[in-house]
Design a protein around this ligand. Structure first.
Ligand code: ATP
Ligand code: MG
Length: 273
């Protein structure tokens, strides 16, 4: 995809800061063309991702973990639907992390996460993740500060472990504005077929927007590493968000230098009768 450079401006440099306040959720510095052209490029990237995923699966050597985090209505579901459209469900798994069950709460917070990391040849997509344990947990004071604060180091170490053992990790924070969230929540109320997505709890969380912003700022700053970088994706425009995420994933997979496994020898003369 020679037309587009890697959207490096959205990567949080290791050591941070994420600097959310200065990042515009409606930014389009990565691609200034029209929406139609953007969608065309996204489609082409889609097809490329499809091929790369097949190669990943065929080679069975690398593992890819994709972490998605966002404020409510940030577009995690839509991103998964669009960006992975056309990939083979056999090699792609989505793990959604909701409120922990009593059994999960009876263990350390990574206990429920580790079983869902990708195996050889697989892509695992985390729809919410272990980051909730330094986000919602912090905002709601679900565990004391000295306890959640130590989690930044655990998370960095956990991701380091995964990376050392052969997992490529890429993390996306889908960055929407508070006004965009207002519009999306209102749309869920106004359109009958979207109402199922609305929860009154989302309004309570919205009132804590600033607290979540502080929590995200620190989480992204503390945990963006060379081996598990965070990208802050401008997400007010859905097509632009998809384009950026697709491009990062395609570049990430291309950098793995994958190849189809060698076929068995002497297949050229075989004729199947
Ligand atoms: P989403 O909002 O991700 O699209 P959903 O609307 O289908 O999913 P929700 O129940 O709203 O389902 O979302 C999951 C909820 O679980 C979120 O409010 C999230 O903060 C919460 N959650 C996730 N992990 C944890 C955790 N470790 N501790 C407490 N709450 C958590
Ligand atoms: Mg929700």
């Amino acid at each position: 995809m020679s037309e587009l450079l890697h959207p490096d401006q959205y990567r949080v440099p290791p050591g941070g800061p994420a600097d959310l306040a200065s990042r515009n959720p409606a930014d389009r510095s990565f691609f200034s063309g029209e929406k139609r052209e953007g969608r065309r490029l996204a489609k082409a990237l889609n097809r490329r991702l499809e091929q790369l995923q097949e190669l990943l699966w065929a080679e069975h050597r690398h593992r890819l973990l994709v972490v998605l985090q966002a404020m409510d209505t940030g577009g995690k579901d839509g991103t998964i639907r669009h960006v992975f459209d056309g990939t083979n469900p056999q090699g792609v798994r989505v793990a959604a992390f909701k409120r922990p069950t009593p059994a999960e709460l009876a263990h350390d917070y990574l206990w429920r996460v580790h079983p869902h990391v990708p195996g050889d040849g697989e892509i695992a997509i985390f729809n919410r993740s272990h980051y909730e344990d330094v986000l919602v947990v912090r905002v709601h004071g679900l565990v004391p500060e000295d306890r959640w604060r130590r989690r930044f180091d655990h998370i960095v170490a956990f991701e380091r472990l995964l990376a050392d053992e052969g997992t490529t990790i890429v993390k996306f924070f889908l960055h929407i504005s508070k006004e965009e969230q207002r519009e999306r929540l209102q749309a869920r109320l106004d359109e009958p077929h979207k109402r199922w997505k609305f929860s009154k709890g989302d309004l309570a969380e919205r009132r804590r927007w600033d607290d979540y912003t502080v929590a995200y700022e620190e989480a992204l700053s503390r945990t963006s590493t060379t081996y598990a970088p965070w990208y802050v994706v401008p997400a007010d425009r859905k097509w632009y968000r998809n384009l950026v995420v697709s491009k990062v994933l395609v570049d990430t997979l291309e950098s793995l230098d994958m190849a189809y496994p060698d076929p068995e020898e002497d297949l050229g003369d075989i004729v199947v009768v």
